[in-house]
Design a protein around this ligand. Structure first.
Ligand SMILES: [Zn+2]
Length: 497
């Protein structure tokens, strides 16, 4: 089976890069001036600088733990206990997810959210060196930089809290510890549980190969596992007694591949066969496959999905087998927010891209040489801010659910060498050393400064909310998850002694 589920957000950032860099005279360009450096922002930035050694240590701890989706016990606890130390009230195990938490500081309006992710990817174990070298063969690794993601969001909130406490600024900060982004699960369950209700707006980001703020959307998605049960028999001796579950999977897939022609070009269907039987001379009485159905918006996914279900039913009839569908998760398309993202972009211009040293650039170039891509090092420029050219054909993310519940901003900060693939050992290597630490500090500063703008200028949040209401076009959030679907809980493993 394929090694991992594509993390949608990094794909979006890569797609945005292609669009922007191809057009110097971009008619879609949005002109934004750098934000002002206010005294309050100076304090927040100074806090991040002073806390940097501690934040880098926290980053490295989560990088080393490298826990995959729903198993992020140590990573979630590291962030939750740090928030507690810093004066946040933390509730753990929210929405039935043992590795999700919410940390709250302050009271009253506005209520500003920060999203923190921390899940790793399977089989990407890697030391912080310039060629492929797993710490432990086959173990997980932070190939999407979610170690930096979680710590930077947490740090931004704590930096703002520090300023709010000192100056008696009213408002509430909520840090959401969001597990299982890579499997597009965590925030879908958190959204269904109402955790994101009542937010004035939400700030989020993603580690990237570039420094940018994107207004791209993402694909809506349904994902499910399909199990067929049949009857076994000797494949040569008495196959007429057999009813092959594998045949049912294959006929489903053939049906889906014919269906593609009659779906809109925006639809994307992919699958892996996880269990297709054990031996050719035994008719498989059990088979299992995993499917993704994506499209440009929720409504389209639901229409596509209905047709997929008919094909599955048809395959069962043809093979005289029975089937069960295990719905895993579903998400919406992301609602971008220009009003909020403009403020984040202005603060990115103010803070500037991470200043990487010559050693760090050499480290990145060594990796590029090893992979065979152009040795351009790490990006130190800020990409232009523009309207997206398109909003389909990319990955999916559970951040989309949050964007339907409150205006949500975006940000990408560079930590992977330009031109290297996403979900790759190169990202793991860079995320566990000083390159990752610099990305972390920049992201935390940009988000903290943006949050201070949101707190001090209520008219920004008002504009964000007006835009958000317009983008929803009268549609209210409805969870794509069936009401009786419980989160996939993975019990905590014993600590290695
Ligand atoms: Zn990611």
């Amino acid at each position: 089976m394929r090694k991992s589920v594509a993390c949608g957000f990094i794909l979006l950032l890569i797609a945005a890069n292609v669009v922007f860099s191809a057009q110097e005279e971009n008619p879609l360009l949005i002109k934004v001036k750098p934000a002002k450096l206010t005294p309050l922002k100076k304090e927040a930035l100074a806090w991040v600088d002073a806390a940097s050694p501690e934040l880098s240590k926290l980053n490295d701890e989560i990088w080393r733990a490298a826990e995959v989706a729903m198993e992020e016990y140590r990573s979630a606890e590291a962030l939750a206990s740090y928030l507690e130390e810093m004066g946040f009230a933390v509730e753990r195990g929210v929405a039935g997810l043992p590795t999700a938490f919410v940390g709250v500081y302050g009271s009253g309006q506005p209520v500003i959210g920060f999203l923190a992710e921390y899940d790793a990817l399977p089989s990407l174990s890697q030391e912080a060196v310039t060629s492929k070298k797993p710490v432990k063969e086959g173990a997980p690794g932070h190939g999407c930089g979610h170690n930096i993601f979680g710590v930077a969001s947490t740090a931004a909130a704590v930096a703002v809290k520090d300023v709010m406490a000192r100056h008696g600024i009213p408002g509430t900060l909520k840090v959401f510890g969001c597990p299982a982004e890579e499997t597009v699960e965590g925030k879908a369950f958190m959204a269904r549980a109402g955790l994101f209700d009542g937010l004035s707006c939400c700030i989020q980001w993603h580690p990237s190969s570039e420094n940018s703020v994107s207004l791209e959307s993402s694909n809506a998605l349904n994902q499910f596992e399909l199990e067929f049960s049949g009857r076994t028999a000797h494949s040569a001796g008495d196959p007429w007694h057999g009813r092959s579950a594998l045949d049912a999977v294959e006929l489903t897939d053939i049906g889906l591949n014919f269906l593609r022609e009659h779906l809109k070009p925006t639809a994307r269907i992919h699958y892996v066969i996880q269990d297709g039987g054990k031996a050719p001379n035994v008719v498989p009485d059990y088979a299992r496959a995993w499917y993704y159905v994506r499209d440009v918006d929720r409504e389209s996914v639901e229409k596509d999905y209905e047709r997929v279900l008919k094909i599955i039913d048809g395959a069962a009839k043809m093979t005289e087998t029975t089937y069960k569908i295990h719905f895993k998760s579903g998400v919406h398309e992301t609602l971008a927010n220009r009003a909020g993202s403009e403020v984040v972009y202005a603060n990115l211009l103010l803070i500037g891209a991470p200043a990487f040293t010559e050693e760090e650039q050499s480290f990145a170039k060594e990796i590029q040489k090893d992979i065979g891509v152009e040795e351009k090092g790490l990006s130190t420029k800020i990409e232009p801010f523009s309207h997206p050219e398109k909003s389909w054909g990319s990955g999916s993310t559970d951040v989309a659910e949050v964007s339907w519940l409150t205006p949500t901003t975006s940000l990408g900060v560079a930590f992977t060498p330009t031109g290297t693939p996403g979900h790759h050992w190169a990202a793991v290597a860079c995320g566990g050393m000083s390159i990752g630490h610099k990305c972390l500090a920049t992201a935390a500063k940009v988000m903290a400064a943006s949050c201070l703008d949101f707190l001090s200028q209520p008219e920004i949040i008002q504009r964000m909310r007006e835009e958000w209401t317009a983008r929803k076009k009268g549609r209210e959030y409805q969870s794509p998850l069936p009401a009786d679907l419980k989160p996939r809980v993975v019990p905590k493993k014993e600590e290695p002694s």
